[in-house]
Ligand binder design. Structure first.
Ligand SMILES: *[C@@H]1O[C@H](CO)[C@@H](O)[C@H](O)[C@H]1NC(C)=O
Ligand SMILES: *[C@@H]1O[C@H](CO)[C@@H](O)[C@H](O)[C@H]1NC(C)=O
Ligand SMILES: *[C@@H]1O[C@H](CO)[C@@H](O)[C@H](O)[C@H]1NC(C)=O
Ligand SMILES: *[C@@H]1O[C@H](CO)[C@@H](O)[C@H](O)[C@H]1NC(C)=O
Length: 445
């Protein structure tokens, strides 16, 4: 009994001591710490870890250069754990090309409710900075969100080049992530980029959700989202319309899930061009599902250059609605951005590609599978595809029959137009030498 009392007493004493340690003391010191960091960043909106670009002296008139203020605010938000950098609504910030560099202490939120504007005049871009406008480098665990807009003001770049600026083959990407990880981009609008709107390069762990990408249908090379050497990606619930691919997947990408995308105008959702200049290309485990593609040149597409090596494997396009798309289903292993490219031997191998549950309307050719002479496509599956001629095709477009060249695989379910039923070759695909090439490609990837 006595023993028990003793235990109880010591338990209560411990409890009281711990209670003091964990609640009263920190709350006093916490308040102190809080107020001291408030004093430090003197704007009312700022607290310990929230930083408004206005308190760094940004002019916010859309004309004065606020780049240095953005970089300063980024560095500060990056240094504290859980920093939040605010770009407030109803303000416009002119930003010249900048690099926002990590790693940061913990997760950073870039809250964009206002507008970031790129310099519209080409001459205000220095030659060394033509690759991108806002460049995130070595950043881990960042969320970009808000109802704001990133406006590349790219119209001068789209016009046929009359400027004296050298090397105008290179045009800036609006928002680029390099060697970054744990990145979420949500809710914002990215528009009128000089070239690609949002690019992930050498990165991992990417979530893009509920964004809008907007550029005129005739603006050249203005891809929506571009992935390169990037894995573990989910892109969903977004609206993308531009002058080129809505989403473009390049070499080194794997485990990419794309769903609920509304795409068009533009060139559809693409893998490639892969294997340019005889390069190695490896792409695998790509799932594109529940998407709408309208008023586009292409729908679901894989394109490779002649002469490349490597492998595209395990790609599924499922439940894709197309409307007024010239070529809804495409594999093109003769990709060429000029009118004529030299014939070359060898090709990036393509296997295990499914096109399933595709419905809607086409305006030129329902399916176009032009596989390499040297390395046929194998394991191509077509199932439940129903495509009608579009009622409002582009002017001058002539309807063509399904085309499959050197493509092996199976057709299942209903295929409309019926010419698709006889398109694929049924046999497993090719000779011993083909298997050898294919094995060589797999080992490379
Ligand atoms: C990023 O977040 C993940 C998950 O919360 C965590 O495991 C990782 O350590 C973080 N990385 C950095 C560099 O903060
Ligand atoms: C998507 O983004 C818009 C615009 O930023 C926002 O108003 C809306 O609440 C977001 N929707 C979801 C489901 O998060
Ligand atoms: C094919 O890719 C999908 C989507 O990335 C993935 O879930 C699945 O496991 C992959 N299948 C194989 C056999 O690797
Ligand atoms: C490439 O090969 C195709 C088919 O053999 C042929 O029709 C075409 O003229 C060749 N192109 C060139 C540029 O040699």
């Amino acid at each position: 009994m006595k023993q028990n009392m003793k235990h109880l007493c010591s338990f209560l004493c411990h409890f009281l001591v711990l209670f003091c340690l964990f609640t009263i003391i920190p709350s006093v010191y916490g308040r102190k710490f809080h107020s001291s960091c408030k004093k430090h960043h003197n704007n009312e909106g700022d607290s310990c870890n929230t930083f408004n670009i206005l308190s760094f002296g940004a002019k916010a008139n859309g004309v004065s250069d606020d780049s240095k203020k953005l970089v300063a605010a980024w560095k500060t938000a990056c240094k504290v754990g859980g920093g939040i950098l605010q770009i407030p609504s109803d303000h416009k910030f002119l930003i010249k090309p900048v690099t926002l560099q990590g790693p940061c202490m913990g997760h950073v939120v870039l809250q964009i409710d206002g507008t970031l504007l790129a310099p519209p005049e080409i001459r205000s871009w220095s030659k060394s900075n033509l690759f991108q406008w806002i460049n995130f480098k070595w950043v881990h665990n960042l969320t970009i969100q808000g109802s704001g807009t990133i406006d590349g003001q790219g119209y001068n770049w789209w016009a046929p080049m009359k400027s004296k600026h050298a090397n105008l083959d290179i045009k800036p990407t609006a928002l680029r992530f390099y060697a970054s990880e744990g990145i979420a981009v949500r809710d914002i609008t990215i528009k009128n980029s000089p070239q690609v709107h949002l690019k992930f390069d050498n990165s991992r762990g990417v979530i893009v959700n509920n964004i809008t990408v907007l550029a005129p249908g005739d603006s050249p090379n203005t891809d929506g989202i571009h992935l390169q050497n990037t894995r573990d990606v989910e892109i969903s619930h977004s609206d993308i319309g531009s002058g080129d691919d809505c989403i473009s997947i390049q070499t080194g990408c794997s485990n990419v899930h794309i769903h609920h995308i509304n795409c068009g105008p533009g060139h559809g959702i693409s893998l490639g061009g892969l294997g340019k200049d005889r390069s190695v290309a490896c792409v695998s485990d790509i799932l594109v599902e529940n998407c709408n593609i309208q008023n586009s040149l292409y729908g679901a597409r894989i394109k490779t250059w002649q002469g490349g090596i490597g492998l595209v494997k395990n790609v599924t396009f499922s439940n894709i609605q197309v409307e007024n798309v010239n070529f809804p289903i495409v594999i093109n292993q003769y990709y060429c951005d000029k009118s004529l490219c030299k014939n070359q031997t060898g090709s990036v191998a393509i296997k295990e590609v499914k096109f399933e549950k595709m419905t809607g309307s086409y305006s030129t050719q329902p399916i176009h599978l032009a596989c390499s002479r040297d390395v046929p496509c194998t394991g191509i599956d077509l199932s439940d595809i129903q495509l009608k001629p579009s009622r409002r095709p582009l002017e001058g477009s002539q309807l063509q029959q399904a085309l499959c060249y050197n493509s092996y695989g199976n057709s299942k379910g209903q295929l409309v137009p019926p010419s698709m039923n006889y398109c694929l070759k049924k046999d497993g695909g090719g000779s011993g030498s083909v298997h050898q090439i294919s094995r060589f490609s797999s080992e490379l990837c």
